[in-house]
Design a protein around this ligand. Structure first.
Ligand code: BJW
Length: 228
């Protein structure tokens, strides 16, 4: 059985990573246009660097939770027949042991050069305006996908959606496209669809089945039922 799992901020919530749109979410203290658009970065680069530098530093204080662990366990059984597509820019799937993960909205632990477009592994603050390790130009930005930009790996993601038998969405509000449209794409190719989310998402009605509760309980239970 081929499975695609889409994850969003909700899967990392119980690890202590804030979501975006819940109460006390990341957008509470910020205007989305200021910190999650290329125009916002052009206007106030120091604000945007501070926002992402703080989130990168906070990764040191969080750990994967049982939901990440369960998906890594599922990969041990399914191998190449499982693809995790995450909207998250944290590295908690990898820290649980998942290897087949696509970060469609980029990664905190990577920097993107606006000069040569190279992507470099990154752990330090970008607010210090370090030069690009590849070309030396001082134009590094967070390697994340902002509104109006094209997410990474879209060809591989749609190819996997076309082939999969089961599409599972975990911990995402379904408020942001193109990820919010994956359920309809997978269903149109014949896949069964399942939502695992704390509360009904904006697109709950699009799924064949929905289960509501914390990811740390729902995901291990679903994986256990699938592979024992
Ligand atoms: C739990 C839980 C627990 C909590 N257990 N669950 C009009 C119509 C349609 C589209 C558009 C439109 N106008 C503009 C657009 C396009 C736009 C868009 O979608 N806008 C919407 C606002 C309408 N999209 C784009 O611009 C994208 N690009 C694009 O479309 O390019 C064109 C193109 C695409 C494809 C091919 C070719 C061309 C880019 C979108 C980039 C989004 N970037 C961000 C920031 C990334 C960097 C960062 O992290 O800062 O991505 S925005 C933010 O939202 C982040 C997230 O990945 C994304 C989704 O959020 P997520 O993960 O769903 O989090 P929340 O907080 O919303 O939800 C959490 C959920 O978890 C909730 O449901 C909780 O209940 C649940 N939960 N605790 C289980 N313990």
């Amino acid at each position: 059985m081929r499975v695609v799992v889409l994850t969003g901020a909700g899967i990392s919530a119980e690890s202590g990573v804030p979501t975006f749109r819940d109460a006390d979410g990341l957008w509470e203290g910020h205007r989305v246009e200021d910190v999650a658009t290329p125009e916002g970065f052009d206007l106030k680069p120091s604000l945007v660097h501070a926002f992402y530098d703080a989130r990168r530093a906070a990764l040191a204080d969080v750990e994967p939770n049982p939901a990440h662990d369960a998906l890594a366990r599922l990969e041990e059984t399914l191998g190449d027949d499982l693809l995790v597509v995450t909207q998250n820019i944290d590295d908690l799937h990898e820290r649980s042991g998942s290897q087949r993960v696509l970060h469609m909205h980029g990664e905190l632990l990577s920097a993107l050069c606006r000069g040569c477009r190279s992507r470099s592994p990154w752990t330090d603050p970008l607010a210090d305006l370090p030069p690009c390790p590849r070309c030396g130009v001082t134009e590094l930005r967070p390697d994340v996908v902002w509104f109006g930009e094209i997410p990474y790996e879209m060809d591989r993601i749609y190819a996997a959606l076309e082939r999969c038998d089961l599409f599972v969405s975990v911990g995402t509000s379904g408020a942001v496209y193109p990820a919010a449209g994956f359920v309809q794409a997978a269903a149109s190719y014949g896949a069964r669809t399942l939502e695992l989310n704390l509360l009904p998402s904006e697109g709950s009605h699009l799924f064949d089945e929905t289960r509501h509760g914390p990811a740390s309980r729902l995901v291990p239970a679903w994986v256990d039922a699938l592979v024992g």
